[in-house]
Ligand binder design. Sequence first.
Ligand code: NDP
Length: 339
Amino acid sequence: NKRVILRDYVTGFPKESDMHISFSTMILKIPENHKGVVLVKNLYLSCDPYMRLRMRNDQDPEFTPFTPGSPITRFRVAQVLDSTHLGFKEGDFVWGTTRWEEEDSFIARPERLFKIRHTDFPLSYYARILGMPGMTACAGFYEVRSPKRGEYVFVSAASGAVGQLVGQLAKLEGCYVVGSAGSSEKVQLLKERFGFDDAFNYKDEHDLEATLKRYFPEGIDIYFENVGGKMLGAVLINMRVHGRVAVCGMISQYNLDQPQGTKNLMCLDYRRIRMEGFVVFDFCHLYSEFLHKMLPLIRDERITYMEDIAEGLVNAPAALIGIFSGNNIGKKIVRVAPE
Ligand code: NDP
């Protein structure tokens, strides 16, 4: 059984050597008389930007840092090997939170596991469009920002796991949507595959305020914020009066010891902008509703989604770190075992 272990808390840009692979020959079994637990075999692991925040020794009560010397944890798709929990039985497929291990994991919190009931989709979908990133896009766009037909929507990190879905949902709602991404290949994907009305490579733009003015001459109604930093400041000055910002994440800040300040915050006031952060876990109770919405959209091919798969747990550290350089095109996942 291989595991991904965090060596120590990380400062600055993470490196592969901040993690190492440990091997264990221990055979995991549910101890006798141990009720309400599940033993699973991991199939896919999800590489999420948020994991970087848990590599810091932060005192913020909202982040539980990983423990150096222990396996890192995050979402995955898995199969149940054994269970003493009434809600799960051997052979079930599940998605939820676990340790980054190759074979078995001892899940102490089955309340963070979702049973996969629609197995007519590839199981990897539950690490992406039908799992946490999909829920994040839907919760942030619909629950937090309530879009209306005809509104102008801007999405940053738009080719990423969350962004590509937000853009497509915005189109389905009849909005005008522009995305930013970090390469010309990604920009092309946004326009040609995901149906964004327009897109630009933020790395080619020296004056983001002017760039956004060019793409949104009438201003932005909804900004789906994934990156923070300079982009947020440039967006604020381009928001319309009563514009709304869903703060999903700020990946440009995760590797900085001191977050950058944000320009143009005054606009919040005189433009009456509503800016609200959210965390997907607060919307878990809407998961069935979410599936009800997404399944037909995927079946009818009205939504498409890209994943970027790394093979084998040994490649998991590189896969995770790569998302901070934009190496991934679409959701980065690691295939740990065949389905
Ligand atoms: P992905 O891992 O799919 O993609 C991340 C992308 O971000 C990269 O491919 C890269 O694309 C871009 N990026 C990386 N570094 C920078 C940088 N310094 N400046 C600008 N862009 C950068 O991301 P997700 O879609 O999974 O996550 C998007 C955001 O949503 C993140 O901020 C994440 O933390 C947040 N999130 C929040 C959740 C919540 O509950 N609030 C849940 C899930 C995610 P490019 O080539 O375009 O630069």
